[in-house]
Design a protein around this ligand. Structure first.
Ligand code: CA
Length: 226
């Protein structure tokens, strides 16, 4: 059974999430303070942590740092701030994903499933998006059966987009996740690799098929036949 740890001081949020997650078949533990949460996260068998940043005893970011110092347990952070700098900083600190408050239990469940799929043993190593087949183990991608000649970072970026298919991803998140660059890296790096990747997929920014970008927002991979 998959055990989720909720670290959240608001008892109404904590209880309604705990109920919703239990209904989905998860075992749920919860803590209302950072220090207790940290203790449970590292001492017990936890598969994923949902961490509220606004805690009574300590800053949630500090809790995240301390968890990361000793554990690789996946962490989804719940933040009240919906801005790119904040979210990239959280990813840099080692968060696996984030949700912006207020969020629904359904949305959180979807993020939990996505993170567990990405990090778990049962993560699919082959992802198919339309005519694109991305094989993580083999480090290979094919388009309509043809092997694509991708540089390492092009493949990593494509694999990250595919793991998040349909989601508009900020370029800075791609920098943080694919290049492991600290916040403040140049978006140009992503733009350049995107244009190479596009060319290899036989499409252009003007006539996108798989890769769709929105200026100032980000990039997403879609199934053009869907
Ligand atoms: Ca709180």
């Amino acid at each position: 059974m998959t055990t989720i740890l909720l670290i959240e001081d608001d008892h109404r949020i904590r209880e309604s999430l705990a109920r919703a997650l239990a209904d989905e078949g998860y075992a749920v533990k919860s803590e209302r303070e950072g220090m207790e949460g940290l203790k449970t996260a590292v001492e017990e068998e936890i598969d994923l942590v949902v961490l509220d940043l606004g805690l009574p005893d300590m800053d949630g970011k500090q809790v995240l740092k301390l968890i990361r110092a000793v554990s690789e347990v996946p962490v989804i952070v719940a933040t009240a701030r919906d801005d790119q700098e904040e979210t990239v900083r959280l990813l840099d600190l080692g968060a696996d994903d984030y949700v912006v408050k207020p969020y629904s239990a359904k949305h959180l469940e979807a993020r939990i499933r996505a993170v567990l799929r990405r990090v778990g043993d049962d993560a699919p190593t082959v992802v198919t998006v339309g005519g694109l087949v991305i094989d993580q183990d083999a480090h290979e991608a094919r388009l309509d059966g043809e092997l694509l000649e991708l540089a390492a970072k092009e493949f990593d970026m494509l694999a990250y987009l595919a793991a998040n298919v349909g989601r508009m991803i900020p370029k800075r998140e791609i920098l943080a996740q694919v290049w492991r660059l600290p916040y403040g890296g140049a978006d140009k790096t992503v733009d350049v690799h995107l244009s190479w990747l596009r060319r290899k997929l036989g499409e252009t920014a003007a006539q996108p098929r798989y890769i769709h970008t929105r200026r100032g927002v980000g990039v997403k991979l879609v199934d053009p036949s869907a």
